[in-house]
Design a protein around this ligand. Structure first.
Ligand code: F3S
Length: 640
């Protein structure tokens, strides 16, 4: 029986386990990436492991999230990241060099290799044929130390692409259509592998737009073949030597199948407040727009920006619209500046931001109160923009630029003749903003400003825990709900005591105070608890506040892994109706002593005497991690 691409790469990197869907496997990691919001913790954790130099083929530390410097905190973090990278064998991509996933695709990604990144959109690398997975910073720290990455062997969903995109329809519309069909839960436990004749019609940046938003499907990762299109992209990046062909065998078998005819697609839009609330632009109609934001790791490639420049050329941004544009990398930014497209963008009245995440992570450019913002980004969760009552719509760069001119949501097909932009034969290559690690680490002193606080370490999990339910929440709680971001909070990411004060602050401003006063407790959640991002602060800060277990109907993959990594037990209701038998404030007694043998635990609600059996789904290794109080304690024990 032939193998698909995911199976081939996993097999070539398999350290332990059987490649049967759902079974725990461990794979060797070739490359890692971190961004600054998760990186400071990842490197503090790496330091705590006592490994002098990374053991990966390549590790890169990016600064793209928190580039706004309104106080000393971010600048301190950047300096820490730069010096810790130099000391431990890690490349450092300076602030201004671009968004981690885009720069990694351009300058570092290698088909057939594995990439583990402390950012949920790491699967962007699947656009170039990498097996690229998002994880918590602690998992990345372990991988940098040479440890394998553990995950459950995913199912592989084959999406066959046929036909070709019509004028003004883009890669964003493909992934929005897939989100419409599969929903934000449709990819959970799966690798999404693209194939079929439509693949050859898509450039690498277009493929990367699609794999990027596989994260919104909840997928483990998404991957495209590495073919002639990939070779030409790498050649244009001066990296042809990194290319190898990767394709599925003719008789490859998949767990699931879906077919999308690209010729039938139209411009799409994801409506507030979920990336799967997708409709055709024509169906939604001409709603008035306050802001248009173009950029992010999803849609700020050279061709994306050139199309935007082409639409804006000779026109003016509508007076009621604020148009903000952030090119995804310095490479793209400089190419636009040199070929004159930047002048067209500026002339139209766009506001140019630096090459960074910016408004995507709520770092500036929050919309006006109740405002409508069209964004080329990947997420439109409530409040993520920094404005609680803003309505965020996700669209392609073409829809965004057309709407910025017209002042209302606009189908770009109404603009007339399409703008064709060819992939460049040669990109502008200048890696001077990527600092290589020091040849002699002893010459480097790691600089820790006052914003870098020591890592809090959890204690071992007691066999029996009696605590109260600190908070009960519903379905689809995101990591933004648990640990909000934004310009006020993100600078505190290296200071856990300070940032933990904001846990659940939008839902219950008293949460942190109550949790500390009670000496910890439990959280009860609905379905898809922790969806959204790899933000490990959403586990680390609750751990600091004493949260011992989260009892939910289901969990998002990365967040569940982060809870385990920080010693918080993820428990799933076997009978969903039991969710109703627990109220906020109820005192629960949980016996963890038979966790390894039973696969289940008994929860006694001392408020009503009801006994509930819940499953944990933890492997024996994960039970040991939880008992040790988290992965760091566990890894230290293993190494001692
Ligand atoms: Fe940055 Fe937004 Fe992507 S925060 S890494 S641009 S999802």
């Amino acid at each position: 029986m032939g193998e698909n691409i995911a199976q081939k790469i996993i097999k070539a990197h398999l350290v332990s386990g059987q490649m049967e869907p759902g079974k725990e496997i461990a794979i060797k990691i070739d490359q890692t990436l971190t961004q600054d919001a998760t990186g400071t913790m990842a490197y503090l954790q790496f330091e705590a492991m006592g490994v002098p130099r990374v053991k990966t083929r390549l590790s890169v530390s990016y600064v793209d999230h928190n580039t706004l410097q309104t106080g000393f905190e971010n600048a301190d973090d950047h300096r820490f990241l730069q010096t810790v990278a130099a000391k431990h064998g890690i490349y450092f991509s300076r602030p201004g060099n671009g968004i981690c996933h885009q720069v990694h695709l351009e300058r570092f990604g290698v088909p057939g290799q594995t990439l583990l990144g402390s950012d949920s959109h790491t699967p962007t690398g699947g656009g170039i044929g990498m097996l690229a997975i998002g994880a918590g910073g602690l998992d990345v720290a372990v991988a940098m130390g040479g440890g394998p990455f553990y995950l459950n062997m995913p199912k592989v969903l084959n999406i066959k692409l046929t036909g070709h995109l019509q004028p003004w329809v883009s890669a964003k519309d493909i992934i929005l259509e897939i989100l419409r069909i599969l929903s934000v839960k449709g990819g959970v436990g799966k690798v999404i592998e693209y194939g079929g004749p439509g693949v050859a019609t898509l450039s690498v940046p277009e493929r990367a737009t699609i794999t990027n938003m596989g994260a919104e499907l909840g997928a483990t990762t998404s991957i495209f073949p590495s073919d002639e299109v990939t070779r030409l992209f790498l050649k244009a990046q001066g990296r042809e030597q990194d290319w190898q062909e990767i394709k599925a065998d003719e008789d490859a078998v998949y767990d699931e199948y879906l077919e999308i005819n690209l010729s039938e697609l139209e411009p799409m839009v994801a409506q507030p407040h979920s990336p799967d609330r997708v409709a055709k632009v024509k169906e939604v109609g001409p709603i008035a727009v306050n802001q248009v934001a173009i950029g992010s790791c999803t849609n700020s490639s050279f061709t994306d920006m050139m199309k935007v420049a082409g639409i804006l050329k000779g026109k003016k941004v509508h007076p009621d619209v604020s148009l903000v544009i952030s090119p995804g990398s310095k490479q793209v930014f400089e190419m636009l500046a040199r070929n004159g497209a930047l002048a067209d963008i500026i002339s139209a009245g766009a506001r140019i931001l630096e090459s960074a995440c910016g408004p995507c992570i709520g770092m500036g450019q929050s919309p006006c109160s109740g405002g409508i913002s069209l964004r080329t980004f990947n997420r439109n969760f409530e409040g993520r923009s920094g404005t609680a009552d803003a309505q965020i719509y996700l669209v392609s760069p073409e829809v965004a630029a057309a709407s910025a001119i017209k002042g209302v949501l606009t189908d770009p097909r109404d603009l007339g003749a399409p703008i064709e932009i060819a992939q460049p034969e040669k990109f502008l290559i200048d890696d001077s903003m990527v600092l290589p690690p020091a040849e002699d680490p002893s010459t480097v002193e790691v600089v820790r400003g006052p914003n870098i606080k020591p890592l809090p370490i959890n204690r071992e999990l007691p066999e029996k825990v009696e605590c109260s339910v600190l908070l009960k929440v519903g379905d689809n709680i995101t990591t933004d709900h648990i640990m909000p971001a934004g310009a006020k909070i993100l600078p505190l990411r290296s200071n856990i005591p300070a940032i933990s004060q904001y846990v659940f602050s939008a839902i219950d401003p008293t949460f942190a105070e109550r949790a500390l006063a009670a000496g910890g407790g439990f959280i009860v959640g609905g379905h898809n608890y922790g969806q959204g991002s790899s933000r490990e602060h959403a586990a680390l800060a609750p751990m600091y506040l004493g949260v011992k277990a989260v009892l939910a109907k289901s969990f998002a993959r990365i967040h569940r892994a982060n809870l385990i990594n920080f010693g918080i037990v993820p428990l799933t209701f076997i009978n969903e109706a039991d969710y109703d038998a627990i109220g906020q404030g109820d005192k629960l007694a949980i016996d963890f002593s038979k966790m390894a043998e039973a696969g289940k635990v008994t929860v006694t609600n001392l408020a009503n005497g009801k006994q509930i059996t819940m499953e944990h789904g933890l492997s024996p290794r994960q039970v040991d991690i939880i008992k040790a109080g988290g992965l760091l304690n566990y890894t230290k024990k293993q190494n001692s």
